[in-house]
Design a protein. Structure first.
Length: 441
């Protein structure tokens, strides 16, 4: 599995990732957190010491995992998981790195480019890695029992040519959250459901509370693609047509992003959407600085963990075409093809069996405030919390990003760049025309 080379490379690539990162456009609650094993410092760095030699001498199987940082408790949870797993599986050592969303793509891509891919990766995108023949099919590294727990609709989001290449980790759905006290104080009787009502509500809030941002928008590298989706889907637009052809510069999409930019230019939003991430907005919502925002079901947990209380309500995302569309977001686990032995593949299956054990997995989902990606996890959490049952119903009818298309990684970055250039005064039409020509020449 090329473990020796990978461990030597970790320290170098982390520093490279920091230098290369586009994280100047935003950050999660902390920059980059890792839970690396300290005993890597004493490892023998002789390149002639191969994996076959390690196995013959009876050494433990080692697995490297890169995991995304979801919130304030993610790194601590994985640290405990690592300790518990190794205690219960004495023949396997795991090395879990928890890396912020702003840095994770750069870190992983740097390692992949240097032939140093991790064994297991937790991230949102997968199609570009699959298109480059870097991944194993999911059923090669997931046991039948664990695979059978997954919601089929979630598995299908990672289907390419009839093969599932990644498995769902966590899911979330998006809705509009609003501060009841601020809306009431501004004379708004009900949360806005249309774009016209949203604009009018923003105007009233700004007049009554000049120091409050009526509406929150995140167009950073962290979640700019989500902002793009919120507005185009709720204006009758989409990333692709019914045949899967890219339609990034459709009239509906252009008008949607122009509307969002208009809210910013009119002073109805946070002042720096290119740099203020969803975490910044969630912090501002928690302190009453933002009155309304689109957020995942984890927002109440995030606000509570931050020591804040808000008299909040939840409503469908305002739309401009008569139908509100909720955005579903699903992150994944995937396994890179690092030429595993049968024993190593069994170790990876053991890792996933352990992670998706019903009580452990449900505790993970509940701790992060997301939605479960397994049927058994959904049943467990719905039995404990009726509001969770409502969200599970919502996520079943969400629209998802077209992440199974190999161009998605470029589209994701492209729509963010288009938004940020529009913030600087560039034409939305020209930006999306250029992107469409680049993606589908």
């Amino acid at each position: 599995m090329k473990k020796k080379t990978l461990k030597k490379f970790i320290a170098l690539t982390l520093s490279m990732a920091t230098a290369l990162s586009v994280a100047a456009c935003g950050s999660s609650p902390s920059s980059s957190e890792t839970t690396n094993k300290q005993d890597a410092e004493t490892e023998n760095t002789d390149d002639t010491n191969t994996d076959d030699t390690e196995e013959a001498s009876g050494d433990k199987i080692e697995l490297s995992i890169i995991a995304a940082q979801y919130g304030q408790n993610t790194a601590d949870w994985w640290k405990t998981f690592e300790s518990d797993f190794e205690k219960d599986n004495e023949g396997i050592d795991i090395n879990v790195e928890v890396i912020s969303w702003n840095d994770i793509s750069t870190t992983v891509n740097t390692r992949v480019a240097n032939n140093q891919a991790p064994d297991i990766l937790n991230i949102d995108v997968f199609a570009d890695y699959q298109a480059d023949d870097l991944l194993l099919p999911a059923q090669d590294y997931v046991s039948e029992e664990t695979y059978g727990k997954m919601y089929e609709a979630f598995l299908e989001q990672s289907n390419v040519d009839g093969t599932i290449w990644a498995i769902p980790d966590l899911a979330s759905a998006r809705a509009m959250y609003y501060n009841k006290d601020i809306l009431e104080g501004a004379g708004i009787e009900a949360p806005p459901t249309t774009w016209d009502e949203l604009t009018e509500a923003c105007k009233k809030i700004k007049e009554k509370y000049p120091d409050v941002y009526p509406w929150g928008i995140d167009m950073t590298t962290d979640e700019g693609q989500a902002a793009f989706a919120y507005y185009i889907w709720n204006n009758g637009g989409d990333f692709t047509d019914a045949d899967g052809n890219w339609t990034l510069n459709s009239p509906e999409n252009v008008a949607a992003i122009e509307y969002a930019i208009g809210l910013i230019n009119d002073g109805y939003t946070n002042t720096d959407p290119a740099n203020e991430t969803r975490y910044d907005l969630q912090d501002m919502f928690g302190t009453g600085k933002v009155a309304m925002m689109i957020a995942p079901n984890s927002l109440p947990t995030y606000v509570k963990d931050g020591g804040n209380e808000v008299n909040y309500g939840m409503a469908p995302i305002p739309n401009n075409n008569g139908t509100s569309v909720s955005a579903g977001v699903m992150d994944r686990f995937m396994c890179f093809d690092n030429e595993y032995s049968d024993e190593e593949l069994e170790a990876i299956k053991t890792f996933f069996d352990y992670f998706y054990e019903d009580e452990r997995y449900s505790a993970w989902v509940e701790m992060e405030g997301f939605l479960p990606a397994t049927k058994t996890g959904g049943e467990t959490l719905a039995a404990k919390d009726e509001s969770m049952a409502e969200w599970i119903d919502i996520v079943g009818s969400c629209k998802f990003y077209p992440t199974a298309k190999a161009e998605w990684a470029d589209v994701k970055q492209g729509v963010i760049s288009a938004e940020q250039n529009a913030l600087l005064g560039e034409s939305v039409q020209e930006q999306l025309d250029n992107l469409q020509a680049e993606i589908a020449p």
